[in-house]
Design a protein around this ligand. Sequence first.
Ligand SMILES: Cc1cc2nc3c(=O)[nH]c(=O)nc-3n(C[C@H](O)[C@H](O)[C@H](O)COP(=O)(O)O)c2cc1C
Length: 369
Amino acid sequence: MNPLNIGGLKVKLPIIQGGMGVCVSLSGLASAVANEGGIGVISAVGIGMTEPDYRKNFRESNKIALRKEIRKARLKTDGVLGVNIMMAVSDFDDLLKISIEEKIDVAIIGAGLFLHNPADFGDSQTKLIPKVSSARVARLIFKYWSEKYNRVPDAIVVEGPLCGGHIGFKKDEILSPKNYLIAIVQEVIKEIAPYEQKYGIEIPVIAGGGIYTGHDIFEIMNAGAKGVKMGTRFVTTNECDVSDQFKQNYLSSSKNDITIIDSPVGLPGRVISNDFVKGIQQGLQRPVNCPWKCLKTCDYKKVSFCIAEALFNAAQGNFENGFSFAGSNAYLATEITSVKETIDQLKREYLEDQLLSEKTIREKLECGV
Ligand SMILES: Cc1cc2nc3c(=O)[nH]c(=O)nc-3n(C[C@H](O)[C@H](O)[C@H](O)COP(=O)(O)O)c2cc1C
């Protein structure tokens, strides 16, 4: 696999570990992925929920925990580290500011249009990478940045509808062929090509959502992606920061267990089904007593459950009162391995396809096809 170049930041292995919120991907997983040459990502979403004062002051707790996790990760790796922050959270600006103060290498920003002026962050070296689910949104962001700030993002993440967690598509669009990851990646590549020309830079498109094997990586890179973003695959690693019960929930899931719910974030979410999930899907109300308002648009008096509590409970192994987010391929997990073993396997599978493709090309040339 070719290295990734994000605005001059060199990443040896073009694999970005997806940030997984509410205490799934913290310093343990992120540093392990960074040590293997990829980008290890700490999710800032709900990161402070283990802090003692979270219920009294969620903003301060998130700030403290984020700073702590970035510093812990730095002690374990010299590799490339990132954070993942959703624009939908009410303390988005605080979390981005802390990440930049801590000199994080990349910040991946999803669940909203990222239109902030990068100049507001001074001479920060942090690469700001928006995450989008369509060429239309990519166009909006690039046009806005170019016209307003005379620059464009250093890279872009394109997330298709098979991803774990929140999905940037309406429920009835998830299975539409026009939304296959390959199709969207190719549209986004076309959309940003004029900006690569205008600014004389390369803007890597990084693809995520449903990528689980080295074969998947080969296929999407062949379609033009310069890197991949993988979340689900890294949950079942020793280093993933979540409880063992959460990992076991992946191992014991089957394809039919993976289902979609309506999240209070205002987007569909992909989860592993259980009684809690079935309850929500049947319209059961779980009273929410919200001390924090962590989501900009959430009206806690109207929602049927608290997504932060449900995800936090599951992360701690309490599935009576929660559920795990998971990508459409979560059921493929058969064992818990180290990050190194996982990445070695991805590399082997990628190489197999690469060799096969080179052999096919050679044979065609020899036959004069
Ligand atoms: C358990 C879990 C939690 C996630 N949490 C977040 C999150 O808090 N914010 C976010 O932007 N994406 C989140 N994601 C999405 C990942 O960052 C990544 O984009 C996605 O997992 C890629 O698709 P895949 O799971 O099929 O590999 C989450 C995914 C999973 C599986």
